[in-house]
Design a protein. Structure first.
Lengths: 380, 380
């Protein structure tokens, strides 16, 4: 596996941890259809998941290596992973996109866990899943979302190296903001310049780039860029999920175009203070609720307000856990989190700010180069 | 809807066509959870789908506009679309990620169509879907994949404009290959240079870029790039799905590094000939099987060999129909297709080639600037 993202020991360790948890939960197998889970246990990484045509299946038995049931087109790439048992099927197929083959693998297992809960989806046709269930009348499919999320939340040293690298790339790209963004530039042009900078700094891909710009704040934090030019007094925010070797950064930065109002300066200071209030208590043993409350108190957000103030980060832009008032997940060493407070400035304007940290036995490690309290002013 | 990708008439027309088909199929509503379908009927476009945390729901009743049941964080962006009825829920939520609200919208419909067949997935937790079904004991969920795919296959004039633009961007980027790729460059560097070129030429994003390089052909067409340097005698292939305004191109180009063997030259000529054999008969009334056979005969592929030789293209990198020996879909004007023959060169080497066309009343229109039979040789 010459170009693998990790040595085999990484996948063996993930598998052992999973099998220990499966034993405790009484599961005979885990069944996966989604990119992150298939990659987590096999190392199989390809952008080919962009095509919805073909389903991909991975079965993790209670002992031994995972078994891949996958389209022929991926067999060669999967053979380069640590897996030994790869069962390819011709796809697309006139009548059976791998269900017969998959049923044959799963038929020996009584209780089969699969992600069915929060944040999960079923990446195969529902009709095919129903047909699989009919063929496996003696088996039971149960929700294993918690088990899988609990495993993936805690990163290995090798994963942390990947995350350090992509976050450093993000920080380096944001540091070049004064050269990239200028008055009169459309938001679309600003986004394009930033994407190119991320790639130049070493990102493989930029699957996520959203943001906004507006006088004294922006109205929306999930929109694609418009052709509106940047104007004096705008607050510009870019939030990026760039990727290297299949691991994401996820943080944003705010910039004042030409000048910042006192309200904007204060909001930025408060957001940075909220991040540090959470970071100050982020230790093994504290909970997601604790971090949420530390940020919510700093920004003056009431419990029950919309949204969350951060989340897990790794192979996906967002992962479990969620920093909300109801997620009691206990922090553990090597969890990677985003701290993402937001402030409603009234009049439909808001500002958000985000950093990426690792929970350590002591103060957390910042993966993103943390923003200063003073909002940077772009003078171009 | 100042920054909308299309005027409201586009969405009204899509909705009317869908409702006509629903009437014929006896469906009281359509229910969607996936990005392409939600965007197709609403115009809601955001990269926020990268986050698996929140589900998004769209219901298309038998008459009237679609109804959006979506997380609060998207309410403002959705309000900028042509929709009137937007029902936001707080997400992530401790106990109900929108299922109660959704059940309330769907309860009035007896027969609810949703994509459950080939190429579909369920982008919501399976547990939540089961809970929805329990609440809607009087309703029946049926497979509407064919109905939705049939609608989306035929593009509007406005969609064709988007597709022309992104395919022209792809062609312009490939035209700069002699300046981008050179001996000694790693494949990872070549990919990065090509991504940056696509963005510079006007792409918004490059969600898909795969390829390979090897002496006399490559072994795999879905891999991420390695750090192996390009060498004299390599065949380099890049296959890109770049995006502008939410529409994809999907084609590739082959290059010989320094020199090409006779086998490689002949393979390239054959692949180009196969594309033109299919294009020569691509007319309304012919079928996907006809195009498949025209290519398969030219390249000497036997029926039953692995894979397909092209597919639909539009809001997704790959869409229905499939150019296979079993997809009898009849071609209609304004279908957009990729023609994608491949040749097995033996010794684990293969070559592929791909163009993008529109079915017209007469010869098809090439969206990609078609490759010449002679494989281009890079002399840097």
């Amino acid at each position: 596996m010459s170009d693998a993202d990790f040595p085999e020991t990484e996948f063996a360790e993930r598998t052992t941890r999973a099998q220990r948890a499966m034993h405790a939960a009484g599961l005979d197998a885990l069944f996966f259809t989604t990119e992150a889970e298939v990659r987590y246990f096999s190392g199989f990484r390809t952008l080919f998941w962009q095509s919805p045509t073909r389903p991909w299946f991975l079965v993790l038995p209670a002992s031994g290596k995972p078994i891949a049931v996958i389209p022929q087109i991926g067999a060669r790439l999967m053979a380069a992973t640590w897996l030994d048992d790869i069962r390819p099927f011709s796809a697309p197929h006139p009548v059976d996109d791998g269900i017969g083959l998959l049923a044959n693998v799963l038929k020996d297992f009584g209780t089969i866990g699969m992600p069915m809960g929060r944040e999960s989806c079923l990446r195969m046709p529902l009709d095919d899943f129903r047909s699989l269930q009919k063929r496996l009348a003696g088996s039971q499919f149960v929700n294993a979302s918690d088990l899988v999320q609990t495993l993936r939340m805690v990163k290995s040293d090798a994963e942390l190296e990947k995350l350090r690298r992509i976050c450093a790339i993000g920080s380096a790209a944001f540091a070049r903001a004064p050269d990239l963004f200028r008055k009169g530039q459309t938001l679309r042009e600003a986004f394009r310049a930033f994407r190119i900078e991320l790639l130049t700094q070493g990102a493989d891909d930029v699957p996520y780039l959203v943001g906004g710009a507006g006088k004294g704040g922006y109205g929306d934090v999930i929109s694609p860029p418009t052709d509106r030019p940047l104007e004096e007094g705008d607050v510009l925010m870019l939030d990026t999920g760039a990727v290297r070797d299949g691991y994401f950064c996820d943080f944003d930065r705010n910039f004042a175009v030409g000048q910042a109002t006192d309200d904007v300066r204060r909001a930025h200071e408060t957001l940075v203070a909220a991040v540090h209030a959470a970071a100050a208590i982020a230790r093994p043993g504290r909970t997601c609720v604790d971090l949420y409350r530390a940020m919510a108190e700093t920004i003056g957000q009431k419990d029950g307000d919309v949204g969350r103030l951060g989340h897990g980060l790794g192979m996906q832009l967002t992962e479990a856990p969620s920093l909300t008032g109801f997620d009691g997940t206990v922090l553990r060493e090597h969890m990677v989190l985003t701290l993402e407070p937001g402030i409603d400035l009234g009049n439909g304007k808001l500002m958000v700010h985000e950093e990426n940290i690792v929970i350590r036995d002591g103060p957390p490690e910042f993966l993103s180069c943390p923003a200063e309290p003073d909002i940077p002013v772009l003078l171009n």
